[in-house]
Design a protein around this ligand. Structure first.
Ligand code: GDP
Ligand code: IMO
Ligand code: MG
Length: 428
């Protein structure tokens, strides 16, 4: 038995999908523990490209059991569309996908409230994916949320919906001057979804703990990244769940004593989608180069990603709060052509040097990154699967990342395909 948590070490889009697909080979269960269809995890297999939003990336390997845990928020319409899309491509979903009855449901009013609230914030908007994630988690924490199991029981569902719609319509109509929702419309739509999803729903905490007792390997697939975590990220410019490794326990019902490894996925540079502080952001030709070469456009919303240098301060913080036992470095090939590469080793704010991430947003926003400069390798690492073949300066860059973050590198990714991967240490 072995359990591994994969989490994003930065602001998401580190390449978690590709790595989860690779590690799935040795896993029996692949489990999403937080977030929703705000995630976009890309997996390329041969000539086919898949973007998974809600379903674990493990679904692409035949026979693997994929679980959507209680910590996830589910938009049933989006989930059914994703299931249909996979079926069309010949991927077997039925029997392989299991959904927690305790996961919360995204309702149409959550999306509407989010849209109005973002509009109201103007320039201070979070720049969300517009999927209704925040308002759904807000209802969960306010103890008025509707769970997957609730929509299976028509009476329970109608009662909860009635109370919620009253309140939501009050906000939508009176506060925002927007259109409210009609109970019967949502009731009919969602009871229809419930029937299609019924067979997938089970007690996934019981299922996973039984699997552990049977000696199965479990891979937890984090969504978003550490600095988008609602507790540890650049609050309020974060998502509304615990993307960090602790979320793997609370979001699935597997206890902390059962977790063997926590592996952080780290992009060789940094990207961020949406608003919020990003100390090493490059609004220049190098930033554009990274966006073009790295194809840094959102897998969910298509928005151009903000790009910048690798931030060792932010990543060391990620190593601490997640308890990384290892790191996976992705997209090394994107840096191939650069003649010099910078690494942020500290921040300067009002003349003072910070070597840890400040918790006050206004301080972080005004921090100037302190860089050390390394020589580029100006040779191709694209597609390499053998560490010895890496250019000397690329090895030096990896070693420096390792030293500054204080965590060993297990895997290096040199392209988006499965075989474009250097395995230094087996994770399972
Ligand atoms: P995720 O959200 O963490 O799963 O990452 P995304 O799928 O949103 O974004 C990562 C992008 O980088 C995807 O388009 C991947 O196909 C691609 N990718 C992953 N690893 C590598 C790599 O090592 N090199 C290159 N060039 N692309 C990669
Ligand atoms: P993956 O799993 C990158 C960002 C949004 C926004 C903030 C809040 O593909 O790495 P939300 O809709 O969650 O309330 O938006 O979080 N965001 C992501 N950025 N990758 C993601 O997922 C993200 N999921 C949410 O852009 O800034
Ligand atoms: Mg993504």
């Amino acid at each position: 038995m072995s359990t591994v948590v994969i989490t994003g070490a930065q602001w998401g889009d580190e390449g978690k999908g590709k790595m989860v697909d690779i590690l799935t080979e040795d896993a029996d269960y692949i489990v999403r523990y937080q977030g929703g269809h705000n995630a976009g995890h890309t997996v390329v297999i041969g000539d086919s490209k898949f973007i998974l939003h809600l379903i674990p990336s493990g679904i692409l390997r035949p026979g693997k059991k994929c679980v959507i845990g209680n910590g996830v928020v589910i938009d049933p319409q989006a989930l059914l569309a994703e299931i249909d899309g996979l079926l069309e491509k010949g991927i077997e979903v039925r029997g392989n996908l299991l959904i927690s009855g305790r996961a919360h449901i995204i309702m149409p009013y959550h999306r509407a409230i989010e849209k109005e609230s973002e509009k109201q914030k103007g320039s201070l908007k979070i720049g969300t994916t517009g999927r209704g994630i925040g308002p759904t988690y807000a209802d969960k924490v306010a103890r008025v949320g509707i769970r997957v199991a609730d929509i299976l029981d028509k009476e329970v569902f109608r009662d909860k919906l009635k109370t919620n719609i009253q309140e939501m319509n009050y906000f939508l109509e009176r506060l925002y001057g927007a259109k409210g929702f009609i109970l019967e419309d949502i009731y009919d739509e969602y009871t229809g979804y419930a029937e299609r999803l019924r067979d997938f729903i089970t007690d996934t905490a019981v299922l996973l703990n039984r699997a552990l007792r049977e000696g199965k390997n479990i891979l937890f697939e984090g969504a978003q990244g550490t600095h988008l975590d609602v507790d540890h990220g650049t609050y309020p410019y974060v998502t509304s769940s615990n993307a960090t490794s602790g979320g793997a326990c609370t979001g699935t019902g597997v206890g902390p004593t059962k977790i063997d490894k926590v592996v952080g996925v780290v992009k060789a540079y940094t990207t961020r989608v949406g608003s919020g502080p990003f100390p090493t952001e490059l609004n220049d030709a190098i930033g554009e180069f990274l966006r073009d070469k790295g194809r840094e456009y959102g897998a969910t919303t298509g928005r151009p990603r903000r790009c910048g240098w690798f931030d060792a301060v932010a990543t060391r913080y990620a190593a601490d709060v997640n308890g990384f036992t290892g790191m996976i470095i992705t997209k090394m090939d994107v840096l191939d052509e650069l003649n010099e590469i910078k690494i942020c080793t500290g921040y300067r704010y009002q003349g003072k040097l910070y070597t840890e991430m400040p918790s006050q947003l206004n301080v972080l926003e005004e921090c100037e990154p302190v860089y050390e400069t390394m020589k580029g390798w100006q040779a191709s690492t694209a597609g390499l699967s053998n560490y010895e073949a890496m250019p000397v300066n690329a090895k030096k860059y990896i070693e420096r990342m390792q030293e500054l973050v204080g965590v060993d590198v297990d895997i290096i990714s040199t392209g988006f395909r499965r075989d474009e991967t250097i395995i230094l240490k087996k994770i399972f």
